[in-house]
Design a protein around this ligand. Sequence first.
Ligand SMILES: Nc1nc2c(ncn2[C@@H]2O[C@H](COP(=O)(O)OP(=O)(O)OP(=O)(O)O)[C@@H](O)[C@H]2O)c(=O)[nH]1
Ligand SMILES: [Mg+2]
Length: 444
Amino acid sequence: MLEKLSSGLKDALRKIAKAGYIDNNTVNELVRDIQRTLLATDVDVKLVFKLTESIKKRALDEKPSSGMTAREHIVNIVYEELVKFVGKKPEIMLKPGRILFVGLFGSGKTTSIGKLAKFYQKKGLKPALIGCDVHRPAAMDQLKQIAEQLNVPYYIDKEIKDAVKIAEVGLKELKNNDVLIFDSSGRDALDEELARELRKLGEVIKPDEVILAIPADLGQATGEQATEFNKLVGITGIFLTKMDGTARGGGAITACAVTDAPIKFIGVGEKMEALEVFDPERFVSRLIGFGDLQSLIEKAQEAIEPGKAQEMAEKFTSGKFSMDDFYEQLKSMGKMGSLKSVMDMIPGMGGMKLPKNLDLGKQEDKMKKWKYIIESMTKKERADPDIIDSSRITRIAKGSGTQESDVRELLKNYSQSKKMMKMFSGGSMKRGMMSRFARKFKGM
Ligand SMILES: Nc1nc2c(ncn2[C@@H]2O[C@H](COP(=O)(O)OP(=O)(O)OP(=O)(O)O)[C@@H](O)[C@H]2O)c(=O)[nH]1
Ligand SMILES: [Mg+2]
């Protein structure tokens, strides 16, 4: 979902993370990148400029709060402004009630009704479906099929040609269920006839929610349609469907955000599970990989002092790597979680395999032991661990109060680690990746 938007925003923010320092130019470039990305997903030009203006203004005017680096500050501003941009956190009805679905032909009403029924089932409520689409002959069968698939009670009547009548009977028949969801007929356009029919339905059903199903592939045109439905019928929320199959989702979301009806659900596929409750914070977080960016920044900050990072990065890439470096690295990695999880957060390195035994996450309790072992080594041994033969191993084990096997294990881990460093410093592509890694740590 929204791959283009997501990768565009991530790229823009990564540039910030990599920038040597933040100045007007960096901010301008960020703003241009964001503009380009949003426009490509059909977000309205005026909205885009409004957003980027406030990002720019805040980025240049506001000082980072204490303990925040300039980079974090900018990333945070972009995050906050995007959250505002995509809308408010909706209220979701989580108690018994009645829901009427409205929308044009093929907008995804009936499918979304099934998804919502499943959603309520999972919440422990008893949903039931009522088919009030009397215009399309196959509509009732479709609803029936979905209800049976979900094992949810339903009411349809192909003989009754009056939607209001069906609603009345359905209300009675299914009164023992918690959440009654009503399907309605679509049209090519929202004309007065459809509006009247929906209003009449509304009078009988007295819905707690009127949900407009609207396909995201309409892009920014969703805004106008949502406004129109709201004016003529009155809606309480939007179910944005077909987000999975379109690059115009950004436009659809932001256009809906400026209407009076909040997006409540997002449809991301044809299956009944393909429903997401819309949550602006979570949505944007995922979109920009905020969690990853944030935790990378935080962890790197905690773990490595700026000067050390550069030094370590140089050792990483040069392949020179002493026992002291190994110990420093272990200390930092221990704080940062496993090396693997750090690597997963760095673009392009996620898939890399670590040597099998080098599970740095598990090494934490060994750290103490290893500290004593390393402290029992001579300066010469630490600088060049290759000279450590079995008699030296015996001496080191005795001196540190550990077993010879502990010393051997440490040496093995050291040489694996060294090998890995060499691997990183091998090809030029890898070197590029490592220096990116280094830059990320530098000064954060
Ligand atoms: N990929 C994708 N397809 C969807 C989604 N929601 C609905 N569809 C598909 O869109 C088509 C139309 O969906 P329906 O649920 O029949 O739409 P409707 O609004 O009830 O249509 P009418 O009753 O004809 O007005 C179907 O093929 C659905 O499978 C979604 O979130 N993602
Ligand atoms: Mg339908």
